[in-house]
Design a protein around this ligand. Structure first.
Ligand code: GLC
Length: 433
């Protein structure tokens, strides 16, 4: 009898270790999802030894830098101007509620203290400090949630083998053992979820490098949720969400827009909280020659549009090798923050509104209040076909001035007065019955 009980127990334990398939988020996770959906705006940070070269985070592959030569970079990484307090303040002033930072990118370099490798900011740079520790402490103090980006793809470790689609021009990559690589990732993720307090989420990237690999997600996701059940898992695999994930991400695209070659298919859009990520200029990691800064109007409208699609916006900065965020990025963030100071009520805590989003108009909604965001100043007359809900009052959001409207079986018709037309966003507040 004892034997039977024991073997049942062992079998249960065995299956349990593979059972993120049966993942049911616990109460803390559901709460974190709700928080995430309400938060709407986060800061993405791409920072690593690649920043020194000022040519983006893919520089190792783009310039085919040999492993041996790339490994010289950490010796030059001494970001004396890094100041966690300043970064968090910049994020907060922009109206951002969380920060997602690269803990390890495709170059395989760890920006935190890790016992699993010597190739880390603490062990192989003159700076020697664990920037994630400092950031975690400051975020906690300022009530900003911290998420870690973690690359599945690795151009440095021999154990990332067989190799994937990218990095094959990099000389010096050797052969190794895949299971060792999986165990290495588990060891690092355990560190990330043990040594930095409560973590908002893990943001995986690089799945697309080896579409048929066994990434052991069942075990990895379970490990994360066992260590921190509230930790939200997202994976930039550009596919429908997999069991065990807590939010869905869209790279450089509004959900369903699919303008990028790697975009998720419209049918893959699920019901989990959503997050769109985008850059302020054209690069993730610091790029000295990138002058494609988006305008204030473009950036603010992208945040509004993301909200209209029921999604967060994770907006990227690529800090410079000295540890400072680029002044132009700081300026853009301040402008967004100023806009949110006045208009944040129509963004934070909202859901996608009932009016379907388009390029010129999106809507957000909070209970009985529907916010119509008109993003094209030339559209003074607004017509929303098939508007079914009953309206009690229509106002300009900023001045609360009442607007006349006409609603019949064809739809809702209203006219924005001249003085209210705004180049970025004219917000109309519709109270429903
Ligand atoms: C892509 C890029 C990567 C970047 C990420 C951010 O996956 O490969 O460098 O970190 O997008 O969304």
């Amino acid at each position: 009898m004892k034997k039977i009980i024991l073997s049942v127990l062992v079998t249960l334990l065995y299956f349990n270790s593979f059972c993120q398939k049966d993942y049911i988020p616990d109460a803390s996770n559901l709460k974190a999802r709700q928080w995430f959906e309400d938060a709407k705006f986060g800061m993405f940070i791409h920072w690593g030894v690649y920043s020194i070269l000022g040519d983006g985070e893919w520089v190792m592959q783009h310039q085919n830098i040999t492993v041996e030569n790339y490994e010289k970079l950490p010796a030059f990484f001494n970001p004396l101007k890094f100041n966690a307090k300043e970064w968090v303040k910049i994020a907060k002033d922009a109206g951002m509620k969380y920060i997602t930072i690269t803990s390890r990118h495709h170059d395989g370099f760890s920006m935190f203290d890790s016992k699993a490798t010597e190739y880390s900011i603490v062990k192989s740079t003159p700076y020697k400090k664990d920037i994630l520790k400092e950031l975690a402490a400051e975020c906690k103090k300022e009530n900003i949630k911290l998420f870690f980006y973690y690359s599945l793809l690795d151009w440095n470790r021999d154990d990332y083998f067989p190799r994937g689609r990218t990095g094959n021009g990099i000389k010096g990559r050797k052969e190794g053992n895949w299971m060792n690589y999986i165990n290495f990732m588990k060891a690092q993720l355990t560190e990330l979820l043990t040594n930095y307090g409560e973590i908002g989420g893990i943001w995986f990237d690089g799945d697309w490098d080896k579409k048929t690999a066994n990434w052991h997600y069942d075990e990895i996701y379970k490990l994360i949720h066992d260590l921190q059940p509230q930790c939200l898992i997202g994976n930039n695999h550009h596919e429908a969400v997999k069991k065990g994930e807590d939010f869905q991400m869209f790279e450089k695209d509004l959900p369903g827009k699919a303008t990028q070659r790697f975009a998720s298919k419209a049918e893959d859009i699920g019901t989990l909280p959503k997050e769109v990520c985008e850059t302020i200029n054209g690069s993730w990691g610091f790029n000295l020659q990138d002058n494609r800064h988006k305008s204030k109007r473009e950036l603010i409208q992208y945040l509004i549009s993301a909200s209209g699609y029921g999604s967060n916006l994770l907006l990227n900065v690529g800090p410079m090798p000295n540890g400072e965020i680029q002044p132009k990025h700081i300026q853009s963030l301040r402008e967004i923050g100023n806009w949110l100071n006045t208009n944040g009520e129509t963004i934070y805590g909202t859901k996608a509104g009932s009016i379907s989003p388009s390029k010129d108009m999106v809507s957000t909604q909070k209970g009985k209040t529907l916010y119509l965001h008109s993003l094209n100043k030339n559209n003074q007359t607004i017509f929303i076909p098939d508007f079914k809900e009953n309206i009690s009052v229509v106002k300009l959001f900023r001045t609360k001035e009442k607007l006349k409207f006409k609603k019949d079986s064809y739809g809702l018709l209203l006219k924005i007065p001249d003085h209210a037309l705004d180049d970025i966003d004219t917000i109309i507040e519709i109270t429903l019955k």
